[in-house]
Design a protein around this ligand. Structure first.
Ligand SMILES: CCCCCCCCCCCCCCCCCCCCCCC/C=C/C(=O)SCCNC(=O)CCNC(=O)[C@H](O)C(C)(C)COP(=O)(O)OP(=O)(O)OC[C@H]1O[C@@H](n2cnc3c(N)ncnc32)[C@H](O)[C@@H]1OP(=O)(O)O
Ligand SMILES: Cc1cc2nc3c(=O)[nH]c(=O)nc-3n(C[C@H](O)[C@H](O)[C@H](O)COP(=O)(O)OP(=O)(O)OC[C@H]3O[C@@H](n4cnc5c(N)ncnc54)[C@H](O)[C@@H]3O)c2cc1C
Length: 665
């Protein structure tokens, strides 16, 4: 960072003095070790020093088509750079696909992301060994570029309702792909519009006159030389979106398009030459690619949140506004308790989400290895937890990013602040890979089943048997975690009671379920929060942390746990044993004794904590969040890039405004 040598805002300089903990220790912790930090830094130098990967003008000033072309140029250049990357191909790819290094170069969505995040994983998870041998090397070498085409114009959530058909013709040993209506058109897949020439397509499999449900098919969409759509393929891009505008989300229709039988991905289920269908051991195995992405989305959201928090925290220590003590100099806005209340919970959340996502990643790897050996025991727990954390991290993450933006006042509304882009990425994750409400209901289904049948995986063990632990109000960390547990159990019980009440009234189970949705969603959310707070608390018990780092992380942990408790205190009313009086007592004790005290305790370390994320200026891509705090000069420099500032009078003045000024209307 060359700015470090030339200028440092005096307020930020002061914030950085006398840091009681070793920032590098936290950096190493987040990276996964000292060596990993060194590798990351080397990789960042390698990628970010390349002049050809820098934007000539800010992306906002380009047209829709030019934005796509420019991002594709950089994405392809990045792929060339993979070959010589000092960190090796896979770690480089991982870094580029994630929200950190990748978004420093590819600002509005990576047109090759789906190839790596969904197409390759789908081939690996759904293809037989022979199919992998045929397609994977080509995919890795970028001889072909693929996407994952599942969602249709008419259906995204309800996969059993997908309309695209793949009908087996035993005479030619081919499947015939067809989009029987406009609503059957694939709609949304990333990279589909212009980039991909292949796709894993989810379609209803028909053989011997019977529908066997949705299955994955490997389909060539475009000519490998000319890139023209193949006959029978109708393809295009769906147009501008709230964010991620350089990822060419597309549409796709099939007009009696034929593919060979062996392009059904047959790892879990098969269609034999004569059309005989061989069932999978579990019909949900064809949903496995989504499970993988839900897991990585949690990490992606966390990295994005770290950027937002860094920008907002540094800016809040540079920005001076209003009067705290009459007659005194205007204070740093970070010194207002109200500002700390906005920013310190999301700062703590970055740690909470990272630790929970790490647990989920470990579960994913274990479960996936077991599945490869034919053991599906961990699948329900993996499904439940991946849905829960994906929904929680993305919804809370999007809210926190918005709060970070608000905490920067007007300047946070500028495109160059980078908040619009970060928000666009994080809020997209609330919808894609399973709309969050729908995922909460999946989680609730698992919780209700566990509680009623008294059997379930590790993440729901607390629902089995009688709920143990103190029944009195306890403000220790363990006591508060217990309160979360009691709330989660209580909310599941309340939801079950609602279901049973509807049952007694004679409602069918599906109606009872619909009428209990509000309770079910609350129960699922309480479960997800419990998992996150337990992960945070347990992670601090283990691990080789120095005393100062343990202290600051423990403060953040405590703050976060109490923050959520206060935010969600209304939910305690749902749980019978918490009478109003006791709730008020808890609120009072917690708020006065702990929360506010913790805000004040963590406040002096806010800048040091975000510094320890070690996010380079190029990655933050925001004049508000730069390491040197030279906010005003940088905002001014950004404004100078506006095309409207390239002449003193714009040509439109002569065309429109001048005639108006001269006319009498
Ligand atoms: C050179 C080297 C190369 C190396 C390559 C290395 C690559 C590294 C890459 C690493 C990446 C790093 C990080 C990158 C991060 C970037 C991330 C950003 C990019 C993201 C791009 C995203 C693009 C988006 C894509 C999409 O959106 S795809 C479409 C997604 N669609 C959905 O999610 C649809 C949601 N709907 C559903 O899932 C289902 O329909 C439903 C679950 C809601 C309902 O289904 P159904 O009706 O069939 O089921 P029921 O409700 O009846 O339930 C029946 C039972 O089934 C169980 N169930 C359901 N689903 C699952 C499941 N998935 N798994 C297991 N079990 C499941 C239920 O629990 C029920 O069970 P029960 O009967 O016992 O109760
Ligand atoms: C940026 C982005 C990228 C995407 N990339 C891809 C991709 O690469 N490949 C791909 O195949 N798809 C992709 N998608 C599509 C995405 O997976 C779907 O949009 C998502 O699964 C939601 O489905 P839907 O749009 O049909 O919403 P709907 O299901 O129609 O949701 C509309 C509303 O109905 C509610 N609802 C629906 N069902 C229920 C229910 N059972 N109970 C209660 N409420 C319900 C929802 O909560 C929501 O409020 C992408 C989407 C976005 C935004």
């Amino acid at each position: 960072m060359s700015q470090k040598e030339t200028y440092e805002n005096p307020d930020l300089k002061k914030e950085r003095q006398n840091c009681p903990f070793n920032k590098e220790e936290i950096t190493n912790l987040l990276d996964g070790g000292k060596e990993k930090t060194a590798e990351r830094k080397q990789l960042e130098n390698y990628i970010l020093s390349d002049e050809q990967l820098k934007d000539a003008v800010p992306m906002e000033y380009l047209s829709h088509a030019d934005k796509y072309a420019e991002e594709l140029r950089k994405a392809c250049l990045l792929m060339h750079k993979l070959e010589n990357s000092p960190a090796g191909q896979v770690p480089t790819l991982r870094a580029l696909m994630g929200a950190g290094l990748g978004s420093a170069v590819l600002k509005e969505g990576n047109p090759l992301a789906l190839h790596y995040v969904m197409f390759i994983p789908a081939l690996m998870g759904q293809g037989t060994i022979d199919q992998q041998a045929k397609w994977l090397a080509k995919a890795y070498n970028l001889n072909i570029i693929g996407t994952y085409a599942q969602t249709e114009l008419g259906h995204g959530t309800f996969l059993r309702g997908l309309e695209t058909t793949a009908t087996y013709d035993p005479n030619t040993q081919e499947f015939v792909l067809e989009s029987p209506s406009l609503t059957a058109y694939k709609w949304w897949p990333g990279s589909l519009g212009k980039t991909a020439n292949y796709a894993v397509v989810m379609a209803q499999l028909y053989t011997k006159g019977k529908c066997e449900g949705t299955h994955p098919f490997m389909v060539q969409l475009r000519d490998e030389e000319t890139h023209e759509p193949l006959p029978g393929i109708v393809i295009g891009e769906i147009g501008p979106k709230l964010g991620m505008n350089t990822n060419d989300n597309g549409y796709l229709g099939f007009e009696k398009f034929r593919i060979p039988r062996d392009q059904l991905l047959m790892k879990h289920s098969q269609v034999l030459e004569d059309g005989t269908y061989v069932k999978p051991t579990n019909s949900k195995l064809s949903y496995a690619t989504m499970v993988f992405v839900r897991v990585v989305v949690c990490q992606d959201v966390t990295t994005n949140l770290r950027k937002a928090v860094t920008i907002a925290t540094r800016y809040s220590c540079v920005r001076r506004q209003s009067e705290l003590k009459p007659g005194d100099r205007e204070p740093q806005v970070m010194d207002y308790q109200a500002q700390q209340n906005k920013l310190l919970p999301p700062l703590a959340a970055t740690f909470a989400f990272q630790l929970a996502s790490d647990h989920l990643w470990n579960l994913y790897n274990t479960a996936n290895n077991n599945i490869e050996q034919g053991d599906l025991e961990l699948l329900p727990d993996l499904h439940g937890l991946s849905c829960a954390l994906k929904a929680l991290c993305s919804s809370e993450g999007a809210n926190f990013v918005e709060v970070c933006r608000q905490s920067c006042g007007g300047h946070g509304y500028m495109a160059c602040s980078n908040f619009p882009r970060i928000y666009g990425q994080v809020t997209a994750a609330e919808t894609y890979e399973g709309e969050n409400t729908v995922l909460w209901l999946q989680v609730a289904r698992y919780l209700v089943k566990t509680r009623k049948e008294q059997t379930g995986g590790l993440s729901v063990k607390y629902l089995i048997g009688e709920e143990k632990g103190p029944k009195t109000v306890d403000t220790t960390l363990e006591g508060i975690v217990h309160l979360y547990r009691r709330t989660a159990v209580g909310l599941v019980d309340v939801a079950i009671a609602e279901l049973e009440k509807s049952g007694r009234k004679g409602e069918a189970p599906h109606d009872a379920w619909n009428h209990a949705a509000v309770y079910l969603i609350k129960a699922a959310q309480a479960h997800a929060r419990l998992f996150v707070v337990e992960s945070f608390v347990n992670s601090l018990k283990v691990g080789n942390l120095s005393a100062p780092v343990r202290t600051v992380l423990s403060q953040l942990c405590e703050l976060f746990i109490i923050y959520w408790l206060l935010e969600r205190s209304g939910e305690l009313f749902f749980v019978r044993q918490f009478i109003k009086k006791r709730l008020v007592t808890v609120e009072f004790q917690v708020r006065t004794l702990l929360y506010v005290k913790l805000l004040a305790a963590i406040r002096p370390q806010a800048v040091n904590l975000v510094d320890s994320f070690d996010l380079r200026d190029e990655i933050l891509a925001s004049p508000l969040g730069c390491w040197d705090g030279n906010v005003y000069q940088r905002l001014f420099d950004e404004a100078a890039k506006s095309p409207l500032n390239q002449s003193s009078v714009h040509e439109s003045f002569h065309k429109y405004l001048k005639p108006l000024l001269k006319s009498n209307l």
